[in-house]
Design a protein around this ligand. Structure first.
Ligand code: NAP
Length: 485
């Protein structure tokens, strides 16, 4: 069915302390292909006692793994990256089957995911400390960096491999061990990565993949005093709950939460670049990314041309199963996601938005929505306040720069923002005025392993990627040596 070269990459098991586990054997989660609802397989629901065993295994592994040299950690991470490249087609097939994204996008995500292993493999050798001039001649002050310890990671379904390595790679590079709970829709990508991690030489217990009920697994991880950090990527609502729960054991936290990205096009923008950027930012992964343009603000002088060109490009998108040749837009992840998109479009239309393209379900199947362009959108509509997480471009007209900035910042989120202009001074002013953790200036595709990805406000805190990513998994220990003679 999946047509894999290496059938052993597809595992219907959890991965606990370096062993493949069927849990208690009597409770399972079934995974379906979102394109047609076909059953793909199942994974076990671990009991809380089994999660506790996994935590003990991670702790035991940590005692030894924390002693590894940067060079040794680098070698494993880089071998793992190379194995991902070697088995890229199989990994992409598994991803398209469980997540629905077009195969070409899945191949791109495997590159993105393996880039974190490569990058943090390199960084493992550069976890530098500091020497600080002491205020007294008899003292010497240094700062050393050490791994945080056993870390928990919880990931969403929209990037089934990328979200895994973006957390696991810096944690392992820093010398931490990791317990990861993947999203229930997409566990097979994470499990396939473990097969390759084992082959690359990752020691037993350094990485576990815990499948099953989110609340049980989450509670066991969060209540544990052994687990010193939680890194969560998902919705703001769940992030807030987890943050409150982590107060009990004062865990270190990274929260990569929801977004509501503005995409501003000024009159002086390069129109071709703006339309290309809009397509990349809005429609990648069917509009199901946290950094997706959610609200388009287009200046009056360029509004009609931008709408016309974007609509033309959107109408020509090819909707279908991710495995079909030439498809650029797959299904939404599940029925709930589909209903949300439908509700937001219907609400906008009822309140006066104009439908320029789409605005209805697509004939490819029950979870497919036709790529949509809405204009004359305003803040009375839910679509301006909620993450759409679907292939819908909602466009609002503005007249001047101050208005654009006010419109863009009117949200409780602060993850990514985009704007297009060819005016140098405006570039600087607007970059500085946008209340976001990431700004794409004349650029719609901003994700890369070399830059610090992360939000502000209710989009969370902490950085993933770049040299800053490793800070989240290491502590600075200040050492004061006295009585030096
Ligand atoms: P979600 O509902 O918050 O779920 C995310 C993960 O958390 C899933 O694995 C989920 O498992 C788990 N979870 C839910 N409740 C939990 C609990 N009480 N304890 C422990 N784990 C729990 O989000 P989603 O719908 O999967 O993902 C979409 C969201 O992720 C969007 O808001 C998107 O913007 C955000 N996102 C952010 C970034 C970023 O970098 N900022 C990147 C990608 C996605 P169950 O499904 O089993 O409950």
């Amino acid at each position: 069915m999946l047509n894999l070269q290496r059938t052993d990459l597809f595992r219907e098991a959890a991965y606990v302390g370096g062993e493949w586990s069927a849990g208690s054997g009597d409770s399972w989660q079934t995974i379906h292909n979102p394109a047609d609802g076909e059953r793909l397989g199942r994974v076990p629901c671990l009991t809380r006692a089994q999660v506790a065993d996994a935590i003990r295994a991670a702790d035991k592994a940590f005692a030894e793994y924390r002693q590894w040299t940067g060079k040794a950690k680098a070698a494993v991470l880089q071998r793992w990256a190379a194995l991902m490249q070697e088995h890229k087609a199989d990994l992409a097939r598994i991803m398209t089957a469980e997540q629905g994204k077009p195969y070409a996008e899945a191949m791109g995500e495997i590159d993105y995911a393996s880039s974190f292993l490569e990058w943090f493999g390199e960084e493992a050798k550069r976890i530098y400390g500091e020497t600080i001039p002491a205020p007294r001649g008899t003292q010497r002050i240094t700062v050393i960096r050490q791994p945080v310890g056993v870390c928990a990671a919880i990931t969403p379904w929209n990037f089934p491999s990328g979200m895994v390595t973006r957390k696991v790679a810096p944690a392992l590079a820093a010398g931490c061990t990791v317990l990861l709970k993947p999203a229930p829709q997409t566990p097979f990508s994470a499990l396939a990565l473990c097969v390759l991690a084992e082959e690359a030489g990752l020691p037993k217990g350094a990485l576990s993949i815990l499948t099953g009920n989110a609340e049980d697994i989450g509670a066991e991880l969060i209540e544990s005093e052994t687990v010193r950090k939680l890194s969560f990527t998902g919705s703001t609502a769940v992030g807030k709950k987890l943050m409150a729960a982590c107060a009990g054991t004062m865990k270190k936290l990274s929260l990569e939460l929801g977004g509501n990205a503005p995409f501003i096009v000024f009159d002086d923008a390069n129109l071709d670049a703006a339309v290309q950027g809009a397509l990349a930012s809005k429609f990648r992964n069917g509009g199901q990314t946290c950094v997706c343009a959610n609200r388009f603000f287009v200046q009056a002088g360029i509004y009609d041309s931008f709408v016309e060109r974007l609509t033309k490009a959107v109408i020509s998108m090819r909707v279908g199963r991710g495995t079909d040749h030439g498809v650029t837009l797959g299904p939404l992840i599940d029925d709930a996601a589909f209903r949300k998109v439908e509700r937001l479009v219907d609400d906008a239309r009822a309140k006066g938005a104009q439908v320029r393209a789409g605005g209805q379900p697509h004939s490819a199947g029950p979870r497919f929505y036709t790529p949509t362009v809405l204009t004359e959108v305003d803040y009375s509509m839910s679509i301006m306040h909620e993450e759409i997480f679907g292939p819908v471009a909602a466009i609002t007209r503005f007249t001047d720069e101050a208005e654009a900035i006010t419109l863009a910042n009117t949200t409780r989120y602060g993850l990514a923002a985009y704007f297009y202009t060819s005016d140098l001074n405006r570039s600087i002013r607007v970059t500085e005025a946008l209340d976001y953790g990431i700004v794409g200036l004349n650029e719609g595709a901003i994700s890369t392993e070399v830059a610090p990805f992360g939000g502000i406000k209710e989009s969370g805190f902490g950085k993933e990627g770049s040299r800053h990513g490793i800070d989240e998994y290491s502590e600075r220990k200040y050492v004061c040596v006295g009585n030096v003679s």
